[in-house]
Design a protein around this ligand. Structure first.
Ligand code: AMP
Length: 194
C-alpha cells in the first residue's frame, strides 16, 4: 500500500479528539512511507492531516476543483496540488491515485465520498480496501444504520464486511495492509430473488 486517499471534514469538529486523530493519522502515514491523497484543502481536518503528513517527512497530494480552490483555501505547501475542472474529475483522480480509501470524521461531503468508493467496491469497479477511523465512536450511528440496512434486506452482510472499521489509526492501517479483495456476486444474488 503506497498511497491512501483520506476523506474527512473541512471543519475540525466540536471536540479536540477529532483534530488529535487527524494529526495522528497524518503522522502515521508519513512514518509508514505512505503517500496521502486528499481533497487539497487547507482547512479543517483535511488541512490537519496534510500538515502533519508533511511535517513528518511524508508526501501529500491534493486534488481540488477550481471552484473550491478559493473556498477550501487550497493548500499550497503540498508535495503536489492538482487543480481540476470539477468534482467528478477530482473524485476520479483521487480514486485512481490511491491504493486504499479512509474516512475520518466529517460532514456530508465526507459521507458522499466514502459511500461512492464503498459502492464502487460493492459493484466490483475496484478491489481496494475502504476503511473508516471510528474516532471516539463518531461512526457508531453509521455502523448502526448499515446493520439496519442489512437486517431490512437492502444489503448483504458480505458488503457490510467489505467496510474496514477500527477505533485506532494503527489498527486501521493494519487492516488495510492485510485486506484481501472479496468478490461478491451482487447481481447473481438479486437474480435469484426475482
Ligand atoms: P465535509 O465533510 O462536508 O466538510 O466535506 C469534506 C470534503 O468533501 C470537502 O473536500 C468537500 O469539498 C467535499 N464535498 C463537499 N460536498 C461534496 C459532495 N456533494 N460530493 C463530494 N464531495 C463533497
Amino acid at each position: 500500500m503506497r498511497s491512501v486517499c483520506v476523506y474527512c471534514g473541512s471543519s475540525s469538529g466540536a471536540e479536540p479528539v477529532y483534530a488529535e486523530a487527524a494529526r495522528e493519522f497524518g503522522r502515521a502515514l508519513a512514518e509508514a512511507g505512505i503517500t496521502l491523497v486528499y481533497g487539497g484543502g487547507k482547512v479543517g481536518l483535511m488541512g490537519i492531516v496534510a500538515d502533519e503528513a508533511m511535517k513528518h517527512g511524508g508526501k501529500a497530494v491534493g486534488v481540488i476543483p477550481e471552484l473550491l480552490f478559493g473556498k477550501e483555501v487550497g493548500h499550497t505547501g503540498l508535495t503536489q496540488l492538482h487543480v481540476v475542472k470539477d468534482m467528478h474529475e477530482r473524485k476520479k483522480m483521487m480514486a485512481d491515485l490511491a491504493d486504499a480509501f479512509v474516512a475520518l470524521p466529517g460532514g456530508v461531503g465526507t459521507y458522499e465520498e466514502l459511500f461512492e468508493v464503498y459502492t464502487w467496491a460493492q459493484l466490483g469497479y475496484h478491489q481496494k480496501p475502504v476503511g473508516v477511523l471510528n474516532v471516539a465512536g463518531y461512526f457508531d450511528p453509521l455502523k448502526a444504520m448499515l446493520d439496519h440496512t442489512v437486517k431490512a434486506g437492502f444489503m448483504r452482510q458480505a458488503y457490510l464486511d467489505l467496510l474496514q472499521m477500527a477505533d485506532t489509526t494503527s489498527a486501521l492501517i493494519d487492516k488495510l495492509q492485510r485486506y484481501e479483495p472479496v468478490v461478491v456476486a451482487k447481481w447473481s444474488e438479486h437474480r435469484k430473488e426475482v
